[in-house]
Write a protein that binds this ligand. Structure first.
Ligand code: SD4
Length: 325
């Protein structure tokens, strides 16, 4: 069991881990509980660095070439949360989520009106498009605009990029045909768990979602129990991967429920992941579960290995761990 205070996050986003640890340990030194600030600072580091181009601005353009963001902070002390879904033209999604948590009675704001909300509190409105995301989008269009997230579409006329619409008849046996549209190259949400010395457990996520998503799509990341969940009495979980499938199973909620039942964090991770792969064997994704003492469990599917990163007093610079899937 690793000592708390502790920071753990999905993938090898070590700078995010380090930054969250820096803020957390400073707070601890001043006898202040800054779990939420630490989590926001860590996730913001990934947003600013555009971790793997799948967190923050300038990556994963939707069918219209726009990047839109999902983020959440879940407070395990109060069982309160703040989240934004499909946030447009605002870079700092995690701090808008923090604003929702700390200054409203709501849990989740979405789309353009979430943008208006953020702007009214001083968040800068700016394009999230970059040369990189523009290129991603142009390449996709040149390759006949594979309709990544449509089912039952009419064959796409050469070089015509939608609008797509479904055929009349639905395909049978949709689940068996389900191909994973995801891989570790294009799909890396940061999910982070922070536990303070006094046992305050907080979790959160930040992502730009899924490449070439249908405009308006919201993933699992801002959905409580899907992308993240926390309960300071038991621990927390964060998930990454194919959010469209994942959110149907609430894996983070399920894992924390298992902790409540006295199951180990490793077993809880395996159970939550298995619930998805039973139904979707090609599912791409991973879950990290941390019990309140700081014991970490993780499980993954659809890739060879899955990395996560942790920092604590022993590893203030952060250390990357790998699990086999
Ligand atoms: C999503 N779950 O929007 C996110 C993306 C992700 O690892 O997790 N990438 O589907």
């Amino acid at each position: 069991s690793l000592p708390i205070p502790l920071v753990v996050n999905t993938w090898n986003f070590q700078n995010a881990t380090k930054e969250a640890w820096r803020v957390l340990s400073e707070g601890e030194a001043n006898k202040k509980d800054v779990s939420i600030e630490a989590l926001a600072a860590g996730c913001k580091t990934c947003q600013d660095e555009q971790c793997d181009t799948t967190v923050g601005y300038g990556g994963s353009p939707d069918e219209n070439g726009e990047t839109a963001l999902d983020a959440m902070i879940f407070d395990g002390d109060t069982i309160n949360m703040g989240a934004v879904g499909n946030l447009r033209r605002i870079k700092d999604a995690i701090n808008v989520a923090k604003y929702v948590l700390e200054n409203t009675e709501h849990s989740l704001l979405a789309g353009n009106l979430a943008t208006d909300f953020a702007k009214s509190f001083g968040f800068l409105e700016e394009s999230l498009q970059t040369n990189f995301s523009l290129n991603q989008w142009e390449n996709w269009k040149e390759n006949n605009c594979q309709p990544n997230f449509w089912k039952n579409v009419e064959p796409n006329p050469q070089k015509s990029c939608g609008p797509y619409k479904p055929k009349e008849n639905r395909l049978s046996n949709e689940i068996l045909k389900y191909p994973s549209r995801y891989n570790s190259q294009n799909h890396d949400t940061i999910g982070m768990v922070v536990i303070s010395g006094n046992g305050h457990v907080v979790s959160g996520t930040s992502t730009n979602g899924a490449k070439f998503k249908i405009p308006g799509r919201v993933g699992d990341s801002p959905i409580p129990g899907a992308g993240a969940y926390a309960d300071s009495k038991f621990g927390a979980a964060v998930a990454t991967g194919d959010g469209d499938v994942m959110m149907r199973f609430l894996p983070s909620f399920l894992a924390v429920e298992k902790l409540r039942d006295g199951v180990s964090s490793q077993k809880a991770a395996s159970i939550a992941l298995a619930r998805i792969t039973e139904k979707y064997p090609n599912f791409f994704g991973a879950i990290v579960v941390v019990d309140k003492k700081g014991t970490i469990g993780a499980a993954c599917n659809g890739m060879e290995t899955f990395p996560y990163t942790l920092a604590n007093a022993q590893y203030p610079e952060g250390i990357i761990k790998y699990i086999k899937c």
